[in-house]
Design a protein around this ligand. Structure first.
Ligand code: NAG
Ligand code: NAG
Ligand code: NAG
Ligand code: NAG
Ligand code: NAG
Ligand code: NAG
Ligand code: NAG
Ligand code: NAG
Length: 372
């Protein structure tokens, strides 16, 4: 619809002269208490029409009342834009059952539209949507450990909507799904609890969808990025620890092995520490063989306890990095020397041979001459 207007509006602005028209109407929706709802309305016309929102509750004595930005203890927000056409979004947060009712989007561009005594020539046009707010059912969520296994269970109590099935989720991952209509659903985790920490959800396939939350919380499960790090003397050493368990780490502390009494302080000496929720990085500037080689511990703390890991740092001498190169240089030098010496020893012999031949030749000539 929008595309049609965008093309048509610019070409034929006269087509809507005075008359306002909707190009998007609000849609009826079902929501649970404490949820939020958004209704959207879009109108065109020349001049650009004004959009208002009105409400009529379900009680028989209720009358239409206009809604404004900040109404209902600030739970109502209205965001309107008037640019080529008019758009307006009304959003209501933390819904209660009193918010159930009919919501009306009204649009008009008649200059007399808000005049108190004159009735406008062109009436407000209206578009309505119903919002149903359903009491949120209570979900009892429970985690129990049974013989090394972890059972997550959700039980929906009180009055509830028809259930078309369940889903168990961990983040974005769907772990289990079924089409049962029961109010009770469970999911079993096999293996170590530590490896399965996180936020889990049981999802009831109802309209609207109802979810229960369960947390599996463990002390930090710290891992190293690399068990041992190597650095050259004078370079910067980087040691990294990670922790992806739940809940996130609240504080990271680094210790050098043998100096556990005092943690490494960020900014002191040649140390720089950078920590975020699930990662910490210790940088040691200008590595020194004697002072910096050794084991380092990263200790993590969260509300459920502590965890740590160890990284060992080996600092090599600058020369160590040069050894292979120096080896090759030495090898070349030895070869060159050998060749040089060999050449030196061979050359004089050849020269001597040449001379002796020459003398022999001369001798011959002499002898021949003598013979003549
Ligand atoms: C409508 O009547 C109910 C009681 O039946 C009352 O609580 C409510 O305030 C009334 N609403 C209006 C708008 O008069
Ligand atoms: C109002 O709506 C416009 C366009 O839809 C959006 O860019 C803007 O962020 C909204 N403002 C608020 C306060 O929500
Ligand atoms: C939502 O409304 C209830 C009362 O209806 C109130 O107790 C609760 O604090 C509100 N929650 C938020 C996030 O405003
Ligand atoms: C679910 O909750 C209801 C009401 O509290 C209880 O009667 C029922 O036994 C529970 N179901 C299970 C499987 O625990
Ligand atoms: C689960 O963890 C979240 C934080 O990610 C917290 O907001 C919520 O209250 C926790 N729920 C329970 C039942 O502990
Ligand atoms: C350590 O200090 C640097 C700046 O000196 C800062 O950027 C960094 O956030 C600090 N790290 C921690 C864990 O406080
Ligand atoms: C945790 O680490 C992952 C990468 O491994 C990252 O994408 C994510 O944003 C981190 N979460 C927090 C809370 O720092
Ligand atoms: C750091 O972790 C190690 C290994 O788990 C532990 O022995 C040490 O006590 C911890 N240090 C502190 C200060 O908690």
């Amino acid at each position: 619809h929008v595309a049609v207007c965008d093309a048509a509006c610019s070409v034929l602005p006269l087509a809507w002269l005075l008359g306002a028209g909707f190009i998007k109407s609000p849609l009826s929706q079902k929501r649970l208490t404490q949820d939020s709802v958004e209704l959207y309305c879009e109108a065109i016309g020349t001049p650009i029409p004004e959009i208002q929102w009105w409400f009529e509750g379900n009680e028989p004595n209720e009358t239409y009342a206009q809604l404004w930005d900040g109404a209902r203890q600030d739970r109502v927000r209205i965001n309107a834009t008037y640019n080529l056409h008019s758009t307006s979004t009304i959003s209501i947060t933390n819904l209660t059952s009193d918010d159930s009712g009919m919501y009306e989007c009204r649009a008009s561009n008649d200059p007399d539209r808000n005049h108190l005594s004159k009735s406008p020539k062109v009436k407000w046009i209206r578009s309505q949507a119903n919002v149903f707010v359903i009491e949120r059912p209570d979900i009892k969520a429970q985690v129990t450990g049974v013989s090394g296994k972890l059972v997550l269970a959700c039980n929906m109590t009180g009055q509830y909507l028809p259930i078309q099935g369940h889903e168990w989720m961990h983040g974005d991952k769907i772990l289990q799904t079924d089409a049962d209509a029961s109010a009770f659903t469970s999911y079993t985790i096999e293996g170590k609890i530590e490896e399965h920490s996180g936020v889990y959800e049981c999802v009831y396939k109802t309209n609207p969808v109802i979810k229960g939350h369960l947390n599996i919380s463990v002390p930090p499960q710290v891992m190293v990025y690399k068990k041992s790090e190597h650095g050259n003397e004078g370079d910067t050493g980087v040691l990294i620890c990670k922790c992806n368990s739940f809940p996130p780490v609240t504080s990271w502390v680094w210790y050098k092995h043998g100096q556990e009494v005092s943690p490494i302080i960020n900014g002191s000496g040649r140390y720089i520490i950078k920590s975020s929720g699930n990662k910490t990085e210790l940088r040691i500037l200008k590595l020194n063989i004697e002072e910096d080689s050794g084991d380092y511990h990263c200790n993590a703390t969260n509300a459920y306890g502590q965890g740590s890991a160890t990284v060992s740092l080996r600092v090599r001498s600058r020369l160590a990095a040069l050894w292979p190169f120096l080896g090759i240089v030495a090898e070349v030098l030895v070869l060159v020397t050998i060749i040089f010496i060999y050449e030196k020893r061979r050359k004089p012999d050849e020269v001597l041979d040449g001379k002796s031949n020459a003398t022999n030749h001369k001798d011959k000539n002499v002898r021949q001459r003598n013979a003549n």
